[in-house]
Ligand binder design. Structure first.
Ligand SMILES: CC(C)(COP(=O)(O)OP(=O)(O)OC[C@H]1O[C@@H](n2cnc3c(N)ncnc32)[C@H](O)[C@@H]1OP(=O)(O)O)[C@@H](O)C(=O)NCCC(=O)NCCS
Length: 397
């Protein structure tokens, strides 16, 4: 089987976060409901200048800076997002300039709720497997700002961030398995965002049921594909799309019970097979397209060295809905590559904001996309959305 997979990862998150115990107190809810009931601790709060373009550019720049990989070698760039900033111009167009990708690269945006990044990753794998890459790499960037209305049930499951993945024929982190995956699609009304809205509409409990149905369908299709290709072997770790930590716990129980385990046996495998992947998501919250890959970053940051040679299962879900189950093997030497990436660094340099600061930032949402140039803040060395000039979005940094 050809070796194609994830060579490097870069993360970017907003500079402010809200402690969910603070939000619980402000909303008159016991903190244990958020922390234990939903499995969330902190959520990233994006300022207007930390939009999906800026987060994507900063994650990609960080990837190239920490690895020394050459942006000039990228031949395909796909940005997965469901919180794009324009109905026509893709984030990939701004990203192309801000990261210095070559003119002879193909770049575009992909949307299907939280699945857009996985769509990009699967396309990148096929692009390399087909021979179209001609030794070049692919950059797949997942970038989103998860917003639900204030005081809604979804409010504690917000977040924001971007995860950039460099995909190559010589992956140094995770070798994926081209052609070996399980897909699932069904039209459902679990979560959507009409064109006039910045925050999502969600039928929360129904979305949990849709996620689990999709997981069952994709997982069984993947198992059938493995059996048909005579590919066998245990999964050492299993990672899931993480809208909130508890969802991954429910997903794990569901998939392990499909393996024939009793509920208590399935739950007993959670700490070993899933827990370390949820550390970063618990710090950031839901990042929609990037959630599965933030979980992957968390797993590799904590355990890459110990997992070298082991197979990892990945489950991606996009409301509406589509899902994919696939797997990859942690590459020999991944431990030192993960250490070099310092994947936890962006999480360490953040500021805790108060509930009233968070609410003031949300109040800016209404006109954030039309504020004139110069009204937004910029930070040294980082890309920021600087405002609008003649209907054009201007990025600095
Ligand atoms: C997930 C969501 C539906 C939960 O909404 P909710 O109705 O406020 O929450 P619930 O009442 O179901 O409580 C959530 C959990 O906390 C538990 N809980 C409630 N109060 C608690 C407390 N004081 N201490 C500990 N746990 C508590 C509940 O038992 C429940 O656990 P369970 O899911 O294992 O049954 C809501 O946050 C949402 O809509 N999120 C956005 C959509 C989403 O992320 N969907 C996921 C699929 S894509």
């Amino acid at each position: 089987m050809t070796q194609i997979g994830i060579d490097a990862i870069g993360i970017s998150v907003p500079h402010a976060y809200l402690d969910l115990a603070d939000l619980a107190q402000a909303r008159g809810v016991p903190p244990s409901k958020y922390v234990e009931g939903l499995g969330v601790r902190r959520m990233a709060v994006a300022a207007p200048w930390e939009d999906a373009v800026a987060l994507a550019a900063n994650a990609s720049r960080r990837l190239f800076a920490t690895t020394g990989a050459d942006p000039g070698q990228v031949g395909l760039c796909v940005v997965g997002t469901e919180t794009a900033v324009d109905h026509s111009k893709p984030i990939a167009a701004w990203l192309h300039r801000l990261v210095g990708l070559p003119q002879r690269a193909r770049s575009y945006e992909a949307k299907h709720a939280c699945f857009g990044g996985t769509a990009g990753l699967l396309t990148a794998m096929d692009w390399i497997a087909s021979g179209s890459a001609h030794e070049r790499t692919a950059l797949v960037v997942c970038t989103d700002i998860a917003r639900y209305p204030l005081r809604s049930a979804g409010e504690p499951t917000q977040g924001a961030g971007a995860v950039a993945l460099l995909v190559s024929a010589r992956p140094r982190l995770l070798a994926l398995e081209p052609g070996l995956s399980g897909s699932y699609t069904a039209e459902v009304n679990d979560f959507w965002r009409p064109l006039h809205r910045k925050d999502a509409v969600v039928d929360g409990h129904h979305s949990v049921a849709c996620y689990l149905d999709a997981l069952g369908g994709a997982y069984m299709a993947w198992k059938d594909a493995c059996a048909a290709s005579d590919v066998h072997g245990d999964l050492g770790r299993r990672i899931y799309h993480v809208p909130y930590g508890k969802m991954a716990r429910k997903a794990h129980r569901h998939s392990r019970m499909l393996d024939g385990l009793a509920e208590t046996e399935a739950d007993a495998t959670f700490a070993r097979e899933v827990a370390t992947s949820l550390a970063f998501p618990a710090e950031v919250g839901n990042v929609y397209t990037g959630s599965l890959y933030l979980a992957l970053a968390s797993l590799l940051h904590h355990e890459a060295a110990a997992l070298e040679g082991q197979r990892i299962g990945l489950f991606s879900y996009g409301s509406g809905c589509v899902a994919e189950y696939f797997a990859g093997r942690v590459v020999s030497g991944a431990g030192s590559v993960a250490a070099q990436l310092r994947l936890d660094a962006p999480l360490a340099s953040r500021r805790r904001c108060t509930v009233s600061e968070y609410e003031s930032i949300r109040a800016l949402d209404a006109d954030a996309d039309s504020r004139p140039l110069g009204q937004h803040e910029a930070r040294d060395g980082e890309v920021a959305f600087a405002g609008v000039e003649g209907e054009r979005r201007i990025y600095v940094g």
